[in-house]
Write a protein that binds this ligand. Sequence first.
Ligand SMILES: *Cc1c(COP(=O)(O)O)cnc(C)c1O
Length: 372
Amino acid sequence: MSPSSQFVPAERILLGPGPSPVPQRVLRAMAAPTLGHLDPQYLAIMDDACEKLRQVFRTRNALTFPVSGTGMAGMECVAVNLIEPGDEVIVCVNGVFGSRMKDVMERCGATVHALEATWGDVFTLDQIRTTLERHPKTKLVGIVHAETSTGAHQPLEGLAELVHGHGALLVVDAVTSLGGHELRVDDWGIDAIYSGTQKCLSCPPGLSPVSFGDRALARFDARKTKPQSWYLDVSMLRKYYTGGGGGRVYHHTAPINMTYALHEALAIVLEEGLDARIARHAAMHQRLRAGLEAMGIRYVPARSLATLNCIHIPAGADDAGVRRRLLEEYGIEIGAGLGPMAGKAWRIGLMGHGSSVRNVDLVLAALRTVLR
Ligand SMILES: *Cc1c(COP(=O)(O)O)cnc(C)c1O
């Protein structure tokens, strides 16, 4: 590339596990002038982004804000703040992201009791109850709502009552469900939750919305040790994001233009309406599923997400070759299988702006041609 040449990325149709397609409105919002991170104009848009996040999470939690960093930063933020070395925790592992949660919590010094399920399966309340009874000192239960590596949709109703009954906190990974699936932080009693911008919110990657409820903050306030991460310590972040305890204080420079993008993306979500958006994701999933099954293609999980469709690669199809042709000939990106599913599964994401009749019919037509 010569020094003066511009980089012009192709306009892909992003139907993989994320990032999802970003609407022009969001890209334009990002290009607005950069403000200072303590400028009253910036604080107003940031506060409004946090308020919109509360609506999308369906929570009244005061400490609801976008962590600087992608979804993994949200996972680390929840873990470092709620875990002290020596704590016993249970992590439900049925895919890549449950395994990562286990790893992250172990790095925080937790003794992790992993409740394992076959990849593609989900957990029952009874399995979790038995595990809690076996480990009565458990302080926290971590579970993935939308396991992007397998497409499994974990039900969460009734789980908080069980977990709270054992004196533990409920932590949820909602990276691939927020803005695409039914998710009720307050009604479902979730104590801490994190998500990402580039999945069903259709914003570029770079921020991780998180929310901490009262029980989680009480646990944080009772810590005997400081969280080992300075950057993700909510005692300092909370002063900046909520203005509480001494007003807005510099902690780190907020990713200003990413906040504009998130603000715009959330405005789009709320304009559509959460219920309508969730219904659209469900309908597009059904449309895709009907087309795939008519081609003889089977789903991996029994209880599939609408936002991520994990399917068995048809016998005789060339995994990498098919994905390359989709990308080169149609500009369509779909995801490969992860971990033990590598070479065995494809992952078609229908997230946010990408979940449309146009994209579903396009990917079905392209797959029919390429597989012929
Ligand atoms: C994508 C994803 C993450 C990680 O998010 P990054 O933005 O890639 O850091 C975590 N959990 C789940 C379920 C995901 O799908």
